[in-house]
Design a protein around this ligand. Structure first.
Ligand code: GLY
Length: 331
């Protein structure tokens, strides 16, 4: 299936087809200089396959993990492109997960005031969420994503065959983002995840269609797109304690943001897909990171996403004390 995402500057296709990454030249314009950015955790053949389809490829492999989303790595990508004579007509291809996509996308957004960017996500998390919507960024001063740009890709190859090399833990972490969108936006999809056994292709396609709907309605996150932050306020705080994958933290971060039957269904569904539903954390440490990361409103509250009913969301203002108290449900 080809899903076309409309943006303020044009449109791009998400090629949601198993096996599509085997023939990238069918979808991407590669007859030029191409910077391929990947990381050491991605099977080498994925980037090599793209390189084989390019006239003038240059592969840069960064270390695995959030630390690679840095100004230092961004500078290396720019220096590489300059040294190799990249012009405004050349392009960048990300072959990796969310970190690689954010870093490579931001390098493309800023090199010579912006060159073409393509994304070939290799994790479930990046397939269903971060590769669609045009957000690119690097971290700075211990804060996630303060330096970035909206720079939509020219094309995304969403090939579920690339997921065959993911560990079960990485796969589960990606499921957290699909469950997040289903819980907040699509009760039917949530029920399918809760009671059925949808295939990876069904999960990816339904998630991308939801993401498309949101980013087309609110490309720059002026309002509606903030719904995608469901689970992320406390999730980022939990992530800062270390030892857990982003998706695992999002899973944990969603639980205190709903109550009663909704919470029970969410916890059951997260468990079904191998995600954690409780944890031992220092509430103080989590809240310190939350308050460092997120701007509070003038009255000292934080705006968070809550899910009062499966498929419905609300934006709610909560005091730091209220958020701290809600963390108790995780222990
Ligand atoms: N990953 C959340 C967003 O794209 O807005």
């Amino acid at each position: 299936m080809v899903i076309t995402v409309h943006t303020s500057s044009g449109q791009y296709d998400v090629i949601a087809e198993p096996g599509a990454a085997k023939t990238p030249e069918r979808y991407l314009s590669l007859d030029r200089r191409v910077l391929i950015v990947t990381d050491r955790g991605v099977p080498k053949e994925y980037a090599a396959r793209v390189a084989a389809a390019c006239r003038a490829p240059v592969i840069v492999t960064v270390p695995v993990g959030e630390k690679s989303k840095s100004i230092r790595r961004w500078k290396v990508l720019h220096e590489t492109m300059l040294k190799c004579g990249f012009t405004r007509n050349d392009c960048v291809v990300a072959v990796g997960g969310g970190v690689v996509g954010d870093l490579a996308g931001f390098a493309a957004a800023t090199y010579m005031r912006g060159i073409d960017f393509y994304n070939i996500p290799t994790t479930l998390l990046s397939l269903v969420d971060s590769s669609v919507g045009g957000k690119t960024a690097v971290d700075l001063g211990g804060v996630k994503n303060p330096v970035g740009a909206f720079w939509p890709p020219k094309c995304v190859i969403a090939d579920t065959e690339l997921l065959s090399t993911l560990s079960p833990r990485e796969y589960a972490a990606g499921m957290a983002e699909s469950i997040k969108m289903a819980a907040a936006l699509d009760a039917d999809f949530f029920t399918a995840l809760e009671n059925g056994t949808p295939t990876p292709d069904e999960i990816v396609t339904r998630s991308i269609l939801l993401k498309q709907r949101i980013v087309e309605a609110d490309e720059r996150e002026d309002g509606l797109r903030r719904v995608l932050n469901f689970g992320h306020t406390l999730g980022h705080g939990i992530e800062s304690c270390g030892g857990r994958l982003h998706g695992e933290c999002v899973a944990l971060g969603m639980i205190p943001m709903c109550e009663g039957d909704v919470r029970e269904r969410l916890v059951r569904t997260l468990s079904k897909y191998g995600l954690p539903t409780s944890c031992r954390i220092s509430k103080k440490k989590v809240m310190r990171a939350v308050l460092h990361d997120k701007k509070t409103n003038e009255n000292g509250t934080l705006t968070v996403v809550t899910v009062p009913k499966i498929g419905k969301y609300e934006f709610s203002d909560m005091t730091p004390d209220e958020l701290r108290a809600r963390l108790a449900v995780l222990s």
